[in-house]
Design a protein around this ligand. Sequence first.
Ligand code: SAM
Ligand code: SF4
Ligand code: F3S
Length: 481
Amino acid sequence: MDNPTLDFLKQNQPLAESRQGESLEMAREIKDPNGKKFYIESYGCQMNFSDSEIVASVLMDEGYDITKNHEEADVILLNTCAIRDNAEQRVRARLKNFTQNKVKNPAVQLGILGCMAERLKEKLLEEEKLVDIVCGPDAYRDLPRLVQEADSGRQAVNVFLSREETYADISPVRLDRTGVTAFVSIMRGCNNMCSFCVVPFTRGRERSRSAYSIQAECRDLFEKGYREVTLLGQNVDSYNWKNEETGEEVSFAGLLEMAAQVNPLLRVRFSTSHPKDMVDEVLHTMAKYNNICNYIHLPVQSGNSRVLDVMNRNYTREWYLERIEAINRIIPGCAISSDFITGFCTETEEEHQDTLSLMEIVKYDFAYMYYYSERPGTLAARKMKDDVPLDIKKRRLVEIIDLQQLHALERNQGEIGKTLTVLVEKTSKRSEEDFYGRSDENRVVIFPRQNYKIGDYVNVTIESCTSSSLIGKAVGPAEIH
Ligand code: SAM
Ligand code: SF4
Ligand code: F3S
């Protein structure tokens, strides 16, 4: 029987290990970048943004300085996403902008990192003549060597995927300047071959990072003044770390507990949960700790069981709705968000209606919505016909977006009159006089700043709302126990 997971692993892993080892040795010998500056821009999911902090750490350890101005950079890095065709088109358009940097200074190096680098490999160098460096998500320790190689006029590529790399020992350089919220990667890769998805090909096998190194990173962040961590993985529910020496095993519920115990003032969030793996133990752990936020991102993709089957999601509509029921029972008031794909191969009008009807049952607080974009190499691209016409995909997407907006507004209206505990993250974009924060349930709350500070927990009474945010008034500092 055709097993894309096994095929994929056979193709990638053995080569990955030997070549990655070679590169590491070489990287350790280089240490003199002569005050060169790098600039990094990130695209795609939170994991990619988190990876850019690893990249920054690797380069700064080797003596490179970071700059926020690409015009003064010697090395320009784009950490890319390949999830949909338009994500790649955006990067290609951005690359064109950097032509000017090369025209002004031919020594400037242009590097493509992340999922697009992994997907296209050397082909990227042929297609984008300006690019000097192509570096996949498991090869960031090798980046100093790749920059050095490109410096001597050779194009430099490392796209080997590893079975072990978790970057656990690298202390990320936080690129978000607010100093209140941080991403913490708890695992890498994905083993779930959803038929539409390129991630298993660009990120490789699933690996869980040591629970103790994750807890230490959370503690360090707390001591530096951070008040919220988001634990990241493509499927956090399958997190499973085993200490090979002692045999100790930590599941995701155990890890959540370890993170929650760092300090009651440190909020813990996580993303992404997979409906097939989300167990009640995780929900009970969330209910047990006040500082584990009452918010779950549980992407459904489609509300129809046949479509879910061709998507290879490994759950049915009924299973998903039972998981929603479990969340509502164990954590009353928990906010829930989702991802949707419209117009996946063979999706009929009735099946699309099933997605709308599922939305009516759940009434999500928030959602990311897309129309299907065929990705080369995926199971769907190889075995199925992308047969829903673009205008139909787009019309179905509009219907989903419209309904979601109604539900988000309804959910937010339900918060009016309540007093919520808000963690202040930054000044509101709309007014210097207002703060932007989020409630436990991940709702955006805007309120007049008064004498509060960024990083404070504040009780805010909600007075009005839009579909995307709540507007309120601070009524006092929040007491956290
Ligand atoms: N691991 C998460 C999960 O399983 O739900 C999602 C990861 S993926 C980076 C984020 C979202 O992109 C998916 O949930 C899906 O809705 C969307 N997506 C993935 N592949 C897609 C494709 N080929 N076309 C359109 N949307 C896609
Ligand atoms: Fe992609 Fe599925 Fe893995 Fe999510 S679980 S990253 S959608 S293969
Ligand atoms: Fe994109 Fe890669 Fe994330 S494809 S969504 S950056 S894992």
